[in-house]
Design a binder for this molecule. Structure first.
Ligand SMILES: N[C@@H](CCC[C@H](N)C(=O)O)C(=O)O
Length: 274
């Protein structure tokens, strides 16, 4: 049996997108890992399924799996790609705003152009429990180092470390150590952020379940939210990641956070090893 898919990316965070509107999603973790393999499979950071919505207020549901086969609650670059995918499938027009259902709840997407999407990602949740974090002491031991983290859920868990320079030589080791830190019950996405100006950040993210990625949309939202909560940035911030730039807008508590950025098609394919 074969499996048709679209290969997409959002500033280098790459996806396999499956049309599950008529056909139920039925891949095992092992099959997801096989498709994720960049040598013997297709390769992706996340696999996305587009499915009928369970919530009647939403147009479609999207599922999200990391390259290691684990499921997660949200994916910022992924939801922009789902919106562009729906446009190509004739289900979403440019200029339209639609509610989509993620595993962590509804988000609103606005298709600005065939390849540009704004998303209301909801309000950042700073409660430690929302990120599976075990308490109020935000200093963590990473090997022989101690770092201060900001913890926030954007529908998935994030730990954000503010550094003077994201090229800090400790970052390559801190990424995996933070992602699997035992104080997070389910692992965490680890963001390392540098403030360039009041409205401009630089960010690198080591993602839970996928490793270092060229971009993490929810990571950009999390980094902005943590620095905004600390009064370090304004309400409209450009976040530069290794694969490109996202615009993040957040007035503050009581308001939703918006993420705006591109979504790109790479090719349509057929997985024959199913
Ligand atoms: N790349 C994503 C985040 C994907 C999920 C993450 N690895 C997790 O396990 O929560 C994004 O763009 O937000």
């Amino acid at each position: 049996m074969s499996l048709r898919f679209s290969k997409m990316h959002g500033i280098g965070n790459d996806f396999v997108v499956l049309d599950c509107r008529q056909q139920r999603f039925a891949l095992s973790e092992a099959q997801i890992r096989a498709i994720a393999d960049r040598r013997t499979g297709v390769g992706f950071d996340q696999l996305l399924s587009v499915e009928p919505a369970r919530d009647p207020s939403c147009a479609f549901y999207y599922g999200i799996w990391n390259a290691d086969g684990s499921a997660t609650g949200q994916c910022g670059n992924g939801v922009r790609c789902v919106a562009a995918w729906l446009h190509r499938a004739g289900a979403l027009a440019i200029g339209d705003t639609v509610r989509l259902e993620s595993p962590s709840g509804p988000v609103a997407v606005k298709l600005l152009a065939a390849d540009r999407v704004a998303v209301d990602m909801g309000e950042p949740d700073f409660a430690p429990a929302a990120s599976g974090f075990d308490g109020s002491d935000h200093r963590l031991g990473l090997g022989s180092d101690r770092v201060e983290i900001g913890v926030v859920s954007m529908g998935n868990p994030h730990a954000v470390v503010h550094l003077a320079d994201v090229a800090d030589p400790s970052v390559p080791a801190w990424g995996p150590a933070l992602t699997s830190h035992p104080r997070f019950a389910h692992g965490v996405n680890a963001g390392f952020v540098q403030k360039l100006t009041h409205d401009h950040l630089r960010l690198k993210v080591h993602e839970r379940g996928s490793g270092w990625t060229l971009a993490c949309g929810t990571g950009a939202c999390a980094a902005m939210a943590v620095l905004r909560q600390r009064g370090e940035v304004g309400q409209s911030v450009q976040v530069d990641l290794p694969g490109g730039t996202l615009q993040i807008d957040w007035t503050g508590p009581g308001h939703p956070l918006w993420m705006t950025g591109p979504a790109a098609f790479v090719y349509e394919g057929e997985w024959l090893n199913h």
